[in-house]
Design a protein around this ligand. Structure first.
Ligand SMILES: Nc1ncnc2c1ncn2[C@@H]1O[C@H](COP(=O)(O)OP(=O)(O)O)[C@@H](O)[C@H]1O
Ligand SMILES: [Mg+2]
Length: 258
């Protein structure tokens, strides 16, 4: 169980701009995003197609760097790092879960989960123990020698979650993690994220579905590369675990004005 400390920001973005050059045209994917996410937060990033969700996730996940603005992750400035430094930070800090699972088809699932540790240079015996533990955590201890195509979609996504957990990352980043699953299996996967959050994990997920976002305790909506709204769920506001500023929408009396 990780220790919960909602006051300490795991990540801070300040005035982050991301501009893509397409020939002589500029595409403003993010136009000034400022955002703090604290330890053990459970955040959904929403917004229409093209609003900048993937760009924001890529920056948070250190897969890309801002054109301007600052980004710090775990107290470390990452905006100006080179690719090898970014890869190191990414390995240490971020566990990714993708819509399409992104497993290696020819490798058994134990090997799939071990793979990030191989890149991380960990000794074989420890790798094995860690990968087995992560697979136990997602309820797949009895499937370790199976290949991905011998598993259901939900089981494959659980392998991907085990792979994301194996480094004990500061943040799980999930981009439409239930997008390729039927609704019952999607609910099972969301239950797994809920349990990880209850155990102290910080989770950020992109989704366009309200019922998926409802699992999160905070929902950030993007539009045209800007934050349109950033709202805490009512139960999070009622608990005293969140010590940050209360959004204007929730201030006492705001709904009764006029
Ligand atoms: N590699 C890229 N090159 C050029 N334009 C891009 C690139 N990636 C994203 N964009 C543009 O940036 C905007 C935001 O894209 P994206 O972050 O993928 O949005 P979302 O994930 O919300 O659909 C879109 O207009 C998209 O076309
Ligand atoms: Mg996208």
């Amino acid at each position: 169980m990780k220790k919960k400390n909602p006051e300490s920001a795991v990540l801070e973005l300040r005035d982050v701009v991301k501009t893509y050059e397409m020939g002589n045209q500029k595409v403003h994917a993010l136009s000034g995003v400022s955002l703090d996410i604290g330890e053990n937060e459970y955040v959904a990033i929403m917004g229409p197609s093209g609003s900048g969700k993937s760009t924001l996730m890529n920056i948070i996940g250190c897969l890309d760097v801002p054109t301007s603005g600052s980004y710090s992750l775990g107290g470390e400035a990452v905006a100006n790092k080179d690719e090898s430094d970014l890869a190191e930070i990414r390995n240490r800090m971020i566990g990714f879960v993708f819509q399409t699972f992104n497993l290696i088809p020819r490798a058994d699932i134990l090997h799939n989960v071990e793979l990030p540790l191989i890149y991380g240079g960990m000794a074989k015996a420890e790798r094995r123990v860690r990968a087995e533990r992560a697979l136990e955590q997602v309820g797949l201890a009895d499937r370790m020698r199976h290949k991905p195509n011998e598993l259901s979609g939900g089981q494959r996504q659980r392998v991907a979650i085990a792979r994301a957990l194996v480094f004990n990352p500061s943040i799980i980043l999930a981009d439409e993690p239930t997008g390729n699953l039927d609704s019952r299996t999607g609910d099972e996967i969301m239950k797994m994220f809920d349990d990880l959050h209850a155990d102290g994990q910080t989770i950020i997920l992109v989704t366009h579905e309200d019922h998926i976002a409802a699992h999160a305790h905070r929902s950030i909506r993007l539009r045209d590369g800007k934050i349109e709204s950033d709202i805490l769920s009512s139960d999070e506001l009622l608990s005293n675990s969140y010590l940050g500023p209360v959004p204007a929408e929730y201030e006492v009396g705001a709904a009764n004005v006029g």
